[in-house]
Design a protein around this ligand. Structure first.
Ligand code: DC
Length: 222
């Protein structure tokens, strides 16, 4: 079975996808982490992530491997686990920039499809329902207001000891929404057969309960 969870950044896709995977015994795949890892490589090598030619020229040098160990996803960049190094606001911007380059998306396509061929997956991203897994049995488009998303992301970053403010997160988020929604390739838009779920006013457990209802309806019971 394949479940696609798409939507803007900070909508809570990863918590929802992780909870669904745990509940239904599926593998959770965080596709944003792949774009973040490509972004990290560019930053570490001083490459402008908007310079398409330079980014494309460096792709053959990136050795990227995604594994799932004891329910946790790990990404190895040139043999090293990237861990939390891909979770900074700076890398979010790098990821957003490289994700607008068609050659980068093509480069990451097979990694994503391969894991879904071999496993039952709950995959979160921006184009899972439209491009990566158009035949997913369930497609959820998770949304929340920019303010709700920025508040949650700021709390998460502050919890990790970062000094980012709510205002900074909100400004970054608006910028990234705009990039991701308006880019020419694979824009972050809902698939025609996606079900919208707005969790601005919901607790995570309520969002999970609604998602499980959607899954049950789409698959005829889980
Ligand atoms: O979900 P995230 O914030 O970790 O994603 C980081 C960036 O990667 C985001 O700005 C958009 C891009 N992305 C994408 O274009 N397609 C995906 N399937 C996942 C992420």
């Amino acid at each position: 079975m394949k479940i696609a969870i798409d939507g803007p950044s900070g909508a809570g896709k990863s918590s929802l996808a992780r909870s669904i995977a745990r509940k239904l015994g599926m593998i959770y795949v965080d596709t944003g982490a792949l774009y973040r890892t490509v972004g990290l490589y560019m930053r570490e090598h001083g490459i402008d992530p908007k310079n398409e030619a330079a980014v494309l020229a460096s792709l053959p040098d990136i050795r990227l491997r995604m594994t799932h160990e004891a329910g946790e996803q790990h990404i190895y960049l040139c043999g090293e686990d990237v861990g939390d190094r891909i979770r900074t606001p700076d890398i979010s911007m790098y990821a957003s920039a490289v994700s607008a380059i068609p050659g980068v998306r093509a480069y990451l396509l097979e990694t994503q499809r391969h894991i879904a061929r071999e496993n039952s997956v709950v995959m979160d991203g921006r184009d899972i329902g439209t491009v990566i897994l158009p035949d997913a049995e369930v497609k959820i488009f998770l949304v929340a207001t920019p303010e709700a998303r920025a508040r949650r992301r700021a709390e998460e970053l502050q919890g990790k000891g970062m000094t980012t403010t709510y205002e900074e997160v909100l400004a970054d988020m608006r910028q990234r929404d705009e990039n991701d929604r308006t880019r020419a390739i694979a824009p972050a838009v809902p698939a025609q057969d996606a079900v919208f779920l707005d969790n601005s006013e919901l607790e995570p457990e309520q969002t999970l309960a609604l998602a499980l209802t959607i899954i049950r309806e789409k698959t005829g019971g889980v």
